[in-house]
Design a binder for this molecule. Structure first.
Ligand code: GTP
Length: 661
């Protein structure tokens, strides 16, 4: 032991000196890089301040990640204010620009802002001007595609945790996402101003779940601005500069885009290597097409035009890209005729929930297609394939990451493009194993996937059916544990684990079928726990399941569009719900209509729509009763005949109401 301390004492002055020199060399190098970049910048205008062209060593790219409502956007506001990007009177959550975000009070779209920050602090780090590229991300599980896309352009992340609510399901999911991408995490406990804030408890949770050291955690009140300056300093000190190389040929990663009526597609690029200037000819690796750069700039958060963007920076570009189909998120751009290696492609999020989308009237088909293409450009996680329905006409089948995602997409279509389409009830993708050589030959493979109930294969040729399974994580105060477990079991969930994250909270994990959670599970979790439990899920493959197709029959005739897929144990309940809904929606006819739900040949539910009754005896004033009876008998016979030949008129709005959620 004595030897060790002696050696340490002996080594420490040398080690300290070496570190000091290394730091100095690094500092001089970075300053040299700054001077060089200022000199080499071809189109540097005098109005562009030094921060725009700051060396790579003075750039920090980071995201703000957290569970819903833990204060990401509020912290982003303060960071923007302190760095002078916005005034103190600019309002709240300025990065939540969409109408749907303002109405719902949630972030649905990641937003970028480049901030100039003058760092003064620990002398180990060069003091002076830094360029901080901030990406505020959504917190809801349905928008996790936005988070993973944003993290691609970052080297660090601020993990915000509410001092009152503590770690929640999405905190854990986002933490895992950032760690797997190799990002530096800065844990921040927010809302310390709240009366019932308990940062000590949150420290404990961060330690138990993520092994985060208490000393690395910052405490802030984003609302009042306390501790926010320390967050900025920590960003400069702890997050590494991007591994970008200024002298290499230009490579840019496309990680977001939106459509502008006048300029076409606006592309948000992370400049990985080299630099890009207005007028340059660039090529997309994905399509092989070349374009001329028309404009470049940074988001501060308003667009600020630049002549050049260089390595490590994040900025927008327009290049006369007119068709949304030319844009591919994750694409690499390079200078024309310069061979470069493609940047790691973005792993596309797999849509989990599917729904049909149709114009209200077929004359609006083209307008809806144009609106959809533009919106999908801004939300690349949505998948879109053409589809058609005899009842609703030509349309598309869209894939979303969840139900909220689907609702927000519909709302954005309405608010941003004035489209009011019919969106059908959500469903998931099932798989079926086909048997028999002849059938396999017919389908071209022995396993088929389908999300539309009308594509449910004939049961005679299926050997096994599979449904998508998720691992659901629920963090709840332990008093609500009983009701949450019974809700999960009712939804065919199987408990995997239960971990106490402190004296009051428990983290439960369940394996559950996806189709049991897509519609109302999140709302139910909130209602049984008085809003205290949080829920998150990730896909975990497929499992065999006893699935059936519930058919709807009107007077014995199957109406294909109204059929649905569910687990055999739920078929009677689902059938009953559909029949009662249809009973209210189908107008009464001159004859009785039987609304039946069947699985195969077995009827599982039935409702009758009574016939409209004409008072055939109205003209009989008094007289013999047998005359009235005769008229009623003749009417009954007529109706019987009508029922046999009757063709039931189901109005389009009935289909819409039933197919809609
Ligand atoms: P999503 O984007 O929807 O995930 O939410 P978010 O994480 O961006 O949270 P947001 O900034 O919208 O804040 C949610 C609520 O918390 C708002 O009502 C804020 O005013 C409030 N809030 C945020 N930070 C603080 C804080 O430090 N103290 C207090 N008391 N309230 C805060």
């Amino acid at each position: 032991m004595g030897h060790v301390s002696f050696l340490c004492k002996l080594r420490s002055p040398y080690v300290n000196n070496a570190e000091k020199y290394l730091r100095k060399i690094r500092y001089i190098l970075s300053e040299l890089e700054l001077v060089r970049s200022l000199k080499t910048s071809p189109c540097l205008s005098t109005t562009e301040d030094a921060a725009k062209d700051c060396p790579v060593s003075r750039i920090r790219n980071f995201s703000i990640i957290a569970h819903v409502d833990h204060g990401k956007s509020t912290l982003a506001d303060r960071l923007l204010e302190i760095t002078g990007a916005i005034g103190h009177d600019s309002g709240n959550q300025v990065l939540d620009k969409l109408q749907v975000e303002k109405e719902r009070g949630i972030t649905v779209k990641a937003q970028t802002a480049s901030l100039n920050y003058h760092y003064v602090g620990d002398r180990k780090i060069p003091q002076g001007q830094y360029l901080l590229n901030l990406i505020d991300t959504p917190g809801h599980v349905d928008f996790s595609g936005e988070v993973s896309r944003s993290l691609l352009a970052c080297q660090g992340a601020l993990l915000i945790v509410d001092a009152n609510k503590g770690v929640q399901a999405q905190t854990a999911a986002n933490y895992r996402l950032a760690i797997t991408k190799g990002l530096t995490i800065i844990p921040v406990i927010n809302k310390i101003d709240l009366k019932n804030a308990d940062p000590e408890r949150v420290y404990g949770q961060l330690k138990t779940l993520f092994d985060i050291d208490k000393n690395s955690v910052l405490k802030v009140s984003a609302k009042h601005g306390d501790g926010v300056e320390d967050v900025l300093k920590a960003i400069v000190k702890r997050i590494p500069s991007p591994p970008a190389r200024l002298r290499e040929p230009f490579r840019g990663l496309l990680f977001d885009s939106w459509f502008d009526r006048h300029r076409g597609a606006v592309l948000l690029l992370y400049i990985h290597d080299g630099s890009l200037s207005v007028g340059d000819q660039i090529t997309s690796v994905n399509s092989g097409r070349s374009y001329e750069v028309k404009s470049l700039g940074m988001l501060r958060p308003q667009e600020e035009a630049h002549q050049t963007l260089s390595a490590g920076q994040v900025g927008y570009m327009t290049c006369n890209m007119r068709s949304p189909s030319e844009v591919c998120i994750g694409d690499t751009f390079h200078k024309k005729d310069e061979a470069v290696e493609q940047l790691p492609d973005l792993k596309k999020a797999t849509p989990l929930v599917f729904a049909g989308i149709y114009p209200n009237d077929q004359s609006q088909y083209l307008a809806l297609r144009s609106a959809l293409e533009k919106l999908v450009l801004n939300d690349s996680t949505v998948s879109m394939v053409p589809d058609s329905s005899p009842a609703l006409g030509q349309g598309w089948r869209l894939g979303f990451l969840g139900l909220l995602h689907m609702e927000v997409f519909g709302q954005r279509l309405e608010q941003e493009y004035g489209a009011e389409p019919v969106i059908t009830a959500p469903s998931v993708t099932y798989k079926a194993k086909i048997m028999g050589a002849k059938n396999i030959k017919k389908y071209g493979k022995d396993e088929i996937s389908f999300s539309n109930p009308t594509h449910f294969p004939d049961v005679q040729i299926i050997s096994e059916l599979y449904e998508p399974i998720v691992t659901a994580t629920i963090i709840t105060p332990d008093v609500y544990m009983g009701s949450i477990i019974s809700l999960c079991v009712d939804r065919r969930g199987v408990q995997i684990s239960s971990v106490n994250i402190d004296d009051e909270r428990v983290m439960l994990q369940f394996s559950m079928p996806l189709n049991e959670i897509i519609v109302d599970f999140h709302d139910l979790i909130k209602s049984v726990s008085s809003g205290y439990a949080s829920f998150d899920y990730e896909t975990s493959g497929y499992a065999p399941s006893k699935l059936v197709k519930v058919n709807i029959l009107l007077n014995g005739n199957i109406v294909e569009e109204l059929s649905t897929i569910c687990h055999v144990s739920k078929s009677a309940r689902v059938g009953y719900q559909l029949c009662t809904k249809l009973k209210d929606l189908i107008p009464r006819q001159l004859f009785q209509v039987a609304v039946q739900a069947s699985v195969g040949s077995k009827v599982v539910a039935r409702e009758n729509i009574k016939a409209l009754r004409k008072d055939v005896t109205a003209k009989c004033y008094g007289g013999d009763i047998s005359r009235k009876m005769k008229l009623l008998k003749r009417q009954a016979e007529g109706k019987k005949k009508m029922r046999m030949i009757g063709n039931i008129e189901v109005p389009k709005h009935t289909f819409i109401s039933v197919l809609k959620r």
